[in-house]
Design a protein around this ligand. Structure first.
Ligand code: NDP
Length: 249
C-alpha cells in the first residue's frame, strides 16, 4: 500500500478523478465531500473510504480529522466559483462563499491533517488552485481573489515547513471541462455553462488534472514541484483562448 491519501471534493470532477487515480496507484484513498450518494458510488467502484465533511464547517473538519489515523497525501481540491459578476456588481455573499470554501476550507483541512502528515515521516500536500491564482479577468474578481489567497497559503506553508519532510505542491489548471464547475458558477444556467467551452478543441478533462496530481505525488519525496501550471493546448494564456479546431482530421 502506497499510504493514505485524503482527497477533498471527491464527489465530482477533478477530485473524483484524482481519488480514482490514486486508488489505482495503490493508495488507501479517503474521499471527502458533502454528497453521500456520490461518495458511496465512488466507494463501491474503487474501494475508497469515504467521509461526509463540509470543509466550511470547523466542527465537521475537526470530527473528520479526529477519526483519521494516518495521512500521507492530502489533496486540497474542494472549491469552486460562485457567480461571474463584475466588481461593481458582485454580491459580497458570493465572495464570502468563495473565500469560505477555497481559502478557509483549505486552511482548516490542512491545519487539521498536518500533525498526521508530519507524523508519517514524509507527507505531501497538493492544493488545486487555478490559473486564476495569478491572472485576473473581467467577471472573475471574487474567484481570482480567493485563488490568489489559496496560492499564498500554499506558498507560505512550503516556506514555513522548510526543513521538514513534507512536500507542498500547487497544481494550477486552466480551462477544465467538468460536469459541475461552470454550472455551479453560473447558478445552474446550462446554456451559459455550455457556452464557456463552446468551440474549444479539447479543454482539459478531470482525468488530465488527476494525471498531473499523480505525477507530482509519484516523484521521489525529495522532489517538490512547487507549482504545476497546466492548460489545454487551445488556451495559450488566460486571455488567449482559441475556439475552433486545432488539428486536421
Ligand atoms: P466541481 O464543482 O466538479 O467539484 C467541486 C467539488 O468540491 C465537489 O466534489 C464538491 O462536492 C466539493 N465541495 C464543494 N464545496 C464543499 C464543501 N463545503 N465541503 C466539502 N466539499 C465541497 O469542480 P471541479 O472538479 O471542476 O474543480 C475542482 C477544483 O479545481 C476547485 O478547487 C476548482 O476551483 C479548481 N479548478 C477548476 C477548474 C475548471 O475549469 N473546472 C479550473 C481550475 C481550477 P459536494 O458538493 O458533494 O460537497
Amino acid at each position: 500500500m502506497a499510504g493514505t491519501a485524503v482527497v477533498t471534493g471527491a464527489s465530482s470532477g477533478i477530485g473524483e478523478a484524482t481519488a480514482r487515480r490514486l486508488a489505482k496507484e495503490g493508495y488507501d484513498v479517503v474521499a471527502v465531500a458533502r454528497r453521500a450518494d456520490r461518495l458511496s458510488r465512488l466507494a463501491e467502484e474503487t474501494g475508497a473510504r469515504t467521509c461526509r465533511v463540509d470543509i466550511t464547517d470547523a466542527e465537521s473538519v475537526r470530527r473528520f480529522a479526529a477519526e483519521l489515523d494516518s495521512c500521507d497525501v492530502l489533496v486540497n481540491n474542494a472549491g469552486g466559483a460562485v457567480g461571474a459578476d463584475t466588481v461593481a456588481e458582485a454580491a459580497a455573499a458570493d465572495w464570502e462563499r468563495m473565500f469560505s470554501v477555497n481559502v478557509l476550507g483549505t486552511l482548516r483541512v490542512t491545519q487539521a491533517l498536518l500533525p498526521l502528515l508530519r507524523a508519517g515521516g514524509g507527507g505531501t500536500v497538493v492544493t488545486v488552485t487555478s490559473t486564476a491564482a495569478f491572472t485576473n479577468y473581467a467577471g472573475g474578481g471574487g474567484y481570482s481573489a480567493a485563488k490568489h489567497a489559496e496560492h499564498a497559503l500554499s506558498e507560505t506553508l512550503r516556506v514555513e515547513l522548510c526543513g521538514e519532510p513534507v512536500r507542498v505542491i500547487e497544481v494550477a489548471p486552466g480551462m477544465v471541462r467538468t460536469e459541475e464547475f461552470a454550472l455551479n458558477r453560473l447558478r445552474g444556467d446550462a446554456e451559459r455553462a455550455a457556452a464557456v467551452y463552446e468551440g474549444v478543441d479539447r479543454p482539459l478533462t478531470a482525468d488530465d488534472v488527476a494525471e498531473c496530481v499523480a505525477l507530482a505525488v509519484g516523484l521521489p519525496q525529495h522532489v517538490n514541484i512547487d507549482q504545476l501550471v497546466v492548460r489545454p493546448l487551445a488556451q495559450a494564456a488566460q486571455h488567449q483562448l482559441h475556439r475552433g479546431p486545432l488539428f486536421n482530421g
